[in-house]
Design a protein around this ligand. Structure first.
Ligand SMILES: NC(=O)c1ccc[n+]([C@@H]2O[C@H](COP(=O)([O-])OP(=O)(O)OC[C@H]3O[C@@H](n4cnc5c(N)ncnc54)[C@H](OP(=O)(O)O)[C@@H]3O)[C@@H](O)[C@H]2O)c1
Length: 236
């Protein structure tokens, strides 16, 4: 059965999610941008009990609080708002609603997190290696470094690596997203790189997550649930 879906943030990602929604059993009944998000209410949601949110770092906390208070289960792909996560979590739990968030809905990137964590764990035993992280995205991306690069840095530290880790970001043209982690010693360099070929992988991941979130309550991170998603529609 096709489920009604609200799109909050109807930019590059929101429009792509709308285009791919029917393949995941959703039809879009409401769209919100900066021009009309203040009108977000039970009436303007037009029957949608599920939302996918790709807006802006400054807009996401307010959108997520409102969606939680309306009991709308929400997938948020917006990055750069995670300082607000503790209060958003309280709103979601108080409303007995559901939220799934993640800095990167590409299945490949979530596998890359695990590959990098394993590499960091191995290299933590060899102090001659120093690490770096680098990313490049299109020039319209607002936050830098990306949420994905920050997450990679967290994984590297959580895996036991405690040496230097320098992060850098570039913004230019139309880059869909490249993330690189490297380890350098006096003898050699090890480089791990993920390159997204299109935005479709992110949109498919968000829609798969929205299906997964049906019947759920509470707050989840995409990374925790990625192994439960079907592989068939996850590739860009
Ligand atoms: N998790 C992932 O896999 C993933 C993948 C790609 C991107 N992202 C992130 O997703 C976010 C959006 O990316 P994008 O490329 O789609 O950006 P975009 O093309 O700039 O679109 C942003 C959209 O958000 C809308 N917006 C701004 N303020 C809003 C508000 N208060 N309420 C509702 N909508 C609002 C904008 O409306 P106006 O045009 O009216 O301003 C626009 O429609 C960014 O944070 C980006 O880093 C995450």
């Amino acid at each position: 059965m096709s489920l009604p879906l609200a799109i909050v943030g109807h930019g590059k990602m929101g429009r792509l999610v709308e285009q791919l929604a029917p393949a995941h059993g959703f039809h879009v009944v409401a769209r919100f941008t900066s021009a009309n998000s203040v009108s977000l209410s039970e009436r303007t949601l037009a029957g949608a009990a599920t939302a996918i949110e790709f807006s802006a770092p400054s807009a996401a906390p307010d959108n997520l609080r409102r969606l939680a208070s309306l009991g709308v289960r929400t997938v948020s792909g917006t990055t750069g708002w995670y300082d607000h996560l503790p209060e958003i979590r309280k709103s979601v739990e108080a409303a007995r609603s559901a939220l799934l968030y993640g800095p990167n809905f590409s299945v490949g990137v979530n596998l890359f997190f695990q590959i990098v964590a394993r590499a960091a764990a191995l290299l933590s035993a060899h102090p001659e290696y120093e690490a770096w992280g680098w990313e490049i995205h299109h020039s319209a991306k607002k936050d830098a470094p990306s949420g994905t690069l920050k997450k990679l840095a967290e994984e590297i530290h959580a895996a036991g690596y405690s040496g230097p880790l320098h992060l850098a970001a570039n913004r230019a043209g139309s880059h869909t997203g490249t993330h690189e982690v490297g380890f350098d010693s006096p003898a050699d360099t090890i480089t791990l790189r993920h390159t997204a070929r299109s935005r479709e992988g992110y949109a498919h991941g968000a829609l798969q997550a929205a299906r997964w979130l049906q019947q759920k309550k509470g707050v989840y991170e995409f990374r925790e649930i990625v192994s439960e998603l079907g592989a068939a529609k996850s590739s860009p």
